[in-house]
Ligand binder design. Structure first.
Ligand SMILES: [Fe+2]
Ligand SMILES: [Fe+2]
Length: 374
């Protein structure tokens, strides 16, 4: 357990406050405790880094120490002096292992530095008329992405208000994720509506997957299903942006989303790793969630409408969908599962002995997974 101790002495007041009034002109009692010197750490003057004053820069002394088991369940900022009778906010995620990841501060800073605008930063004016099949395939993919993106905003929102306030950096990072997902839903909706195709078909498969994620019983299970599994798969679709984009407009769209998505996946992977390293019992809980999640995701990922739209984009049209589109789509699926399983290795929850994903059928080699996890 982290214990905050050896705090520097409170700064000595360099003025004499002894003559301050004890009551207001109306007779109400006045409180000068904050001025006369409380127990908080004084004399902290973090130096800004070349980027400016970052969350890493101010994580100094007791302010940088995130307790394993916070003493309070209030919204008092970590490091200040807290009154004993401060109200309980009803937090249920009160262990550092419940939410923490060692990269949260870096990821938060990166997220803030790399915000972009779906209105301004995509060259919408460069869109050209495409063949109907390619436009429809892009619109079908954008319909699906618009549908699934917001789960990654709804889910953190569902859990954040139950997280102990001492884990403020993790909560701040999740706020950036929520903004990122709003922008992703925005950019795919805009793409679907901007070039004559519109929003196409929503089937029940994606919603079943989303429901599995939102209904996860614990936050750590939810993270496994969403960050590691669901967003990992979406990240691989974005990584294929160069191959599936009919023009530079879509390439830019996928590239911008990819950098956001990589942060979300990085948080989830590192959170699970932190949880398992510090509380090995949690591994089974994660495995159980992934046992079910992999099944649902496999059904979703191999759904006929998703695979046909991707195959048409990969082939550049229906003419070469059989000889080019489907083989490339299979390669893509293989890559998605390989990188998912490698991510599990990095998170410390190896699925190689347990997964029901048909590795042989997909031609996935275990040595390749181990190599990409290293
Ligand atoms: Fe996203
Ligand atoms: Fe995401």
């Amino acid at each position: 357990m982290t214990v905050v101790e050896n705090r520097p002495e409170p700064r000595k007041a360099n003025k004499d406050y002894s003559g301050l009034p004890e009551a207001s002109p109306m007779g109400a009692p006045l409180d000068w405790a904050w001025l006369r010197g409380a127990k908080s750490e004084w004399g902290v003057r973090p130096k800004p880094s070349p980027r400016g004053l970052t969350m890493l820069d101010i994580a100094v002394g007791a302010y940088g120490e995130v307790p394993d088991h916070p003493q309070h369940r209030s919204m008092a900022p970590r490091g200040c002096d807290v009154e004993g009778d401060t109200p309980d906010m009803g937090y249920i995620l009160n262990k550092k292992t419940d939410v923490w990841a060692d990269n949260t501060r870096e990821l938060y800073e990166e997220a803030v530095a790399r915000q972009w605008s779906a209105t301004r930063d995509i060259p919408w004016g460069d869109l050209q008329e495409l063949d109907d099949d390619v436009e429809h395939a892009m619109c079908q993919l954008c319909t699906l992405l618009t549908e699934v993106e917001m789960i990654a905003a709804d889910l953190p929102a569902k859990w954040m208000w139950r997280m102990n306030h001492d884990f403020i950096e993790a909560k701040m990072f999740l706020c950036t994720q929520i903004m990122d997902e709003a922008r992703h839903a925005e950019v795919f909706r805009k793409r679907a509506l901007s070039n004559g195709g519109g929003l196409l078909l929503s089937r029940s498969g994606p919603t079943s997957l989303l429901r599995t994620i939102i209904e996860a019983k614990t936050y750590t299970q939810a993270t496994a299903l969403m960050h590691l599994l669901g967003e990992g798969f979406v990240l691989d679709i974005f990584r294929m942006g160069e191959l599936i984009s009919p023009s530079d407009v879509e390439k830019r769209m996928f590239r911008m989303c990819m950098q956001d998505e990589a942060r979300h996946v990085a948080y989830g992977t590192m959170h699970l790793r932190y949880a398992v390293e510090n509380d090995p019992d949690v591994a089974e809980e994660i495995h159980e969630a992934l046992d079910h999640g992999e099944m649902v995701l496999t059904e979703f990922g191999t759904a006929p409408d998703v695979s046909t739209a991707l195959a048409v984009l990969l082939a550049g049209g229906v003419e070469h969908v059989e000889d080019k589109g489907f083989p490339l789509a299979l390669e893509m699926t293989k890559k998605q599962f390989t990188s998912y399983l490698a991510r599990c290795e990095r998170a410390g929850v190896s699925r190689l002995e347990r997964t029901q994903i048909p590795l042989d059928l997909l031609g996935i080699d275990i040595e390749t997974i181990k190599r990409s996890a290293a």
